[in-house]
Write a protein that binds this ligand. Structure first.
Ligand code: NAD
Ligand code: ZN
Length: 380
């Protein structure tokens, strides 16, 4: 048992003081976990584009000072009242959305949109008492999507923690706690392409390439990658993407280009860019009669999806997903097992690694569109 149980822990955290300004490594106080909460030691975290959106706060509500971060792997340090299924030493992946196991959504086989713990990007406090567990000299610092993993220790609701195989290397499987599972699940659980079908993937970042990986696993025969950044195409070959389209190379809309390539449209499309134009194109490029488009990217808060209703009447389906429709506690451990059984490769998503002190480099890489996932090591 940790000697800090019930005590405040002082540790390092990367604090976002202001929108778009480099994070500052500060000494923070992390309060003990309250009812149904767990304090975890983060060993590895990685940067997802969603962190960058809320740090830039251009298209999102600004909540500062805040500790960002939601893709991570850690070890339980102590548990609060009422927590029975986790104990100190358990290996866990924190997730930005949760599973209370009691609400109608958790009881439904079809939903992972837990009433209690579903993502809330504007909330910077814990649900139990509407307070933050982080402070600097007694002044609160806000949480981010219930995880705040850019800290050596963080407090998370038990429903947002997946207990995983302790043999799984946390420096690899940490990327399954958001982006990779999201893309994989968007294809396997939501788009559900049939064997031999065609799939278009919009956005070839880690999420999109995980969606492509899902299409490959499902046996799709054509996987068309769409990205504005031509540097992504070489990388994407490793993920089973068979053809590439850069919308910048054409004067006509990309949905028309894809319709021409595929005799009327793709069977499935998965949008992983967060840009409204790409969302509309991803929908309009699916075949009438049976095509299904799945939206994954997080849009600007003022974005509006505009298309002719005829596109829907013509039997195209538009869907969206959070976290690839996986229920974090029930399903994520089995995604980790897919990696352990070598059905799923995660190493190819990890292109960079930095020590915690250099966390801002991970932001620079993402802003430049370089690489896929940058692992941030907390212990160095
Ligand atoms: P990323 O920045 O690494 O990749 C996005 C890619 O999209 C880039 O390669 C970029 O060049 C490309 N792109 C941008 N605009 C485009 C356009 N109009 N047409 C074609 N390509 C375009 O980001 P990521 O980490 O892979 O995340 C992708 C998206 O998924 C983000 O919006 C992120 O917030 C979102 N996300 C959603 C969930 C969810 O549960 N729904 C979970 C995680 C991430
Ligand atoms: Zn629930």
């Amino acid at each position: 048992m940790s000697t800090n149980v019930g005590q405040v822990i002082r540790c390092k955290a990367a604090v976002a003081w202001e929108a778009g300004k480099p994070l500052v490594i500060e000494e923070v106080e992390v309060a003990p976990p309250e009812k149904m909460e767990v304090r975890i030691k983060i060993l590895f975290t990685s940067l997802c584009h969603t962190d960058v959106y809320f740090w830039e706060a251009k298209g999102q509500n600004p909540v500062f000072p805040r500790i960002l971060g939601h893709e991570a792997g850690g070890i339980v340090e102590s548990v609060g009242e009422g927590v029975t299924d986790l104990q100190p030493g358990d290996h866990v992946l924190p997730v930005f959305t949760g599973e209370c196991r009691e609400c109608a959504h958790c009881k439904s086989e079809e939903s992972n949109m837990c009433d209690l713990l579903r993502i809330n990007t504007d909330r910077g406090v814990m649900i139990h008492d509407q307070k933050s567990r982080f402070s600097i000299n007694g002044k609160p610092v806000f949480h981010f999507v219930g995880t705040s993993t850019f800290s050596e220790y963080t407090v998370v609701h038990v429903g947002c923690l997946a207990k995983i195989n302790p043999l799984a290397p946390l420096d690899k499987v940490c990327v399954l706690s958001c982006g990779i599972s999201t893309g994989l699940g968007a294809t396997l659980n939501v788009a559900k392409p049939k064997k031999g079908s065609s799939v278009a993937i919009f956005g070839l970042g880690a999420v999109g390439l995980a969606a492509a990986e899902g299409a490959r696993i499902a046996g799709a025969s054509r996987i068309i990658g769409v990205d504005l950044n031509a540097n992504r195409f070489e990388l994407a070959k490793k993920f089973g993407v068979t053809e590439f389209v850069n919308p910048k190379d054409y004067t006509k809309p990309v949905q028309e280009v894809i319709a021409e390539m595929t005799n009327g449209g793709v069977d499935r499309s998965v949008e992983c860019t967060g840009h409204i134009d790409a969302m509309i194109s991803a929908f309009e490029c699916v075949h009438d009669g049976w095509g299904v488009a799945v939206l994954v990217g997080v849009p600007h808060k003022d974005a509006v999806f505009k298309t002719s209703p005829v596109n829907l009447l013509n039997e195209r389906t538009l869907k969206g997903t959070f976290f690839g429709n996986y229920k974090p506690r029930s399903d994520l451990p089995s995604v980790v097992e897919k990696y352990m059984n070598k059905e799923l490769e995660v190493e190819k998503f990890i292109t960079h690694e930095v020590p915690f002190a250099e966390i801002n480099k991970a932001f620079d890489l993402m802003l430049k569109g370089e690489g896929l996932r940058c692992i941030i090591r907390m212990d160095s």
